[in-house]
Design a protein around this ligand. Structure first.
Ligand code: DGY
Length: 320
């Protein structure tokens, strides 16, 4: 059968699909598909492997109604109209688990980068500003022994907490829909209310999905409840924080700084004021972008598609 991939996919996934006898058509051009191109490829294919691009909305799904499955190369599925997919009988699958370590590593990297103003210091060298130094210049803050607040303690949040506990003996607090017994036992994590999370966190790391409830959750009203020395980390989805409020919160000293792997919109424009701030580190949504992890994700996405095309239950259903 024919599988259309919206990007060139990692070799491990391609090999699996081809070994299962499927033909994979990959979009290899360095530009986004037009709406008509997407529709035409979907019409001609039996499955879609979504590896990036514009939202999978109802109009596109209408053209995919003959498909058994759309396999996402991501854990997040906020870009899919799930209601429409379910109504049209299309199975959506994702790739949870395999990207938790790499994504948590990105959050960890951002935390330290903000605490030590690393991206800013790098820019100073590039601009020839290394120059004369004094013991009171270029100061960051320590994270050792501080309190890490996790908002959304799923797989990725758990690994972030684990890393911070092991490396820096950080105290872990968290707020989540459900209690996480593993974290409470193994990491001595303490469940707190959302307000306590804001008030007590030295580093607040967001690991929630983007939903109606989480959109714009971190706005000025929320930043005002945080410590003036707090670091805000978002390696989940850019829509969870309000960018205008975040800029004002850092400029006005409401919080210390922010590390973002995700922005709203993406890509972030080069003239964004956040990119000039000493206590801000921004990455271009590379949370899961390691060779090993992207191959593992492609393998999982391919296995889901192979199972669905063979009429077997998929491993990672997002809708039922
Ligand atoms: C994910 O897997 O959801 C990553 O953020 C890539 O979109």
């Amino acid at each position: 059968m024919k599988v259309f991939a919206t990007r060139v996919i990692p070799a491990a996934g391609l090999e699996l699909l081809e070994k299962a006898g499927h033909t994979v058509i990959q979009w290899a051009e360095p530009r986004e598909l037009t709406t008509d191109e997407r529709i035409n490829f979907c019409k001609e294919s039996d499955a879609l492997l979504f590896a990036g691009g514009n939202k999978i909305d109802r109009p596109l799904l209408e053209h995919c109604r003959h498909m058994k499955v759309i396999g996402l190369l991501s854990v997040g599925y906020d870009n899919v109209d799930l209601k429409a997919a379910t109504e049209l009988g299309i199975q959506i699958t994702n790739t949870p688990g395999v990207l938790s370590n790499a994504t948590a590593d990105t959050a960890f990297l951002l935390m330290l980068s903000v605490a030590r103003k690393a991206f800013y210091q790098h820019k100073r060298i590039l601009k020839g500003e290394w120059g004369f130094s004094t013991p009171t210049a270029n100061l960051g803050i320590d994270v050792e022994g501080k309190t890490l607040g996790i908002w959304g303690l799923g797989n990725i949040g758990y690994v972030m907490a684990q890393r911070c506990k092991a490396a820096f003996g950080m105290n872990i607090i968290y707020h989540n829909r459900n209690r996480n017994e593993d974290a409470e036992i193994n990491l001595q994590a303490r469940y707190v209310s959302f307000e306590e999370l804001l008030q007590q966190s030295d580093v607040l790391s967001v690991h929630a999905s983007l939903t109606h409830e989480t959109t714009n959750k971190f706005n000025m009203e929320v930043f005002r409840q945080m410590k003036p020395t707090a670091i805000f980390i978002n390696a989940a989805r850019g829509g969870i924080h309000n960018e205008t409020d975040l800029i004002a919160a850092i400029e006005d000293g409401v919080i210390w700084g922010a590390g973002l792997d995700v922005t709203n919109p993406e890509p972030m424009q080069p003239d964004n004021p956040l990119l000039q701030m000493p206590t801000v580190a921004v990455l271009p949504h590379i949370g899961s972008a390691t060779l090993e992890t992207r191959n593992a994700m492609a393998r999982v996405a391919a296995e889901n598609i192979i199972a669905a095309l063979a009429g077997r239950p998929v491993l990672n259903p997002v809708n039922h």
